[in-house]
Design a protein. Structure first.
Length: 94
């Protein structure tokens, strides 16, 4: 993880509470962050609206993550939304 601006892996692992059924969601702003979040075993990942048309990021997410993903659409047009959720982009079962 990036030094000084993001939390470390040890902190991330300590944020889950199975007893209280609490989990957290992190945003992946780039491919490196996405790979690290998947490796941490999160069940929820968010793609911010500023990154939701990054095809490399979305393709990796759809092919390598089986958990819940929230793709923020706050900065997109209707056409961009259609491109994001194009069946050719999504892997089977999504």
């Amino acid at each position: 993880m990036r030094v000084g601006i993001e939390i470390d892996k040890k902190w991330c692992r300590g944020r889950k509470s199975k007893k209280k059924k609490i989990e957290y969601m992190c945003s992946a702003w780039d491919l490196t962050s996405l790979k690290q979040l998947i490796k941490l075993g999160l069940s929820h990942i968010k793609i911010p609206s500023a990154c939701n048309n990054n095809q490399e990021l979305l393709t990796y997410l759809f092919k390598n993550f089986s958990g819940y993903c929230h793709i923020s659409l706050g900065m997109t047009t209707k056409l961009e939304e259609e491109e994001i959720f194009n069946p050719k982009t999504l892997s089977p079962g999504r």
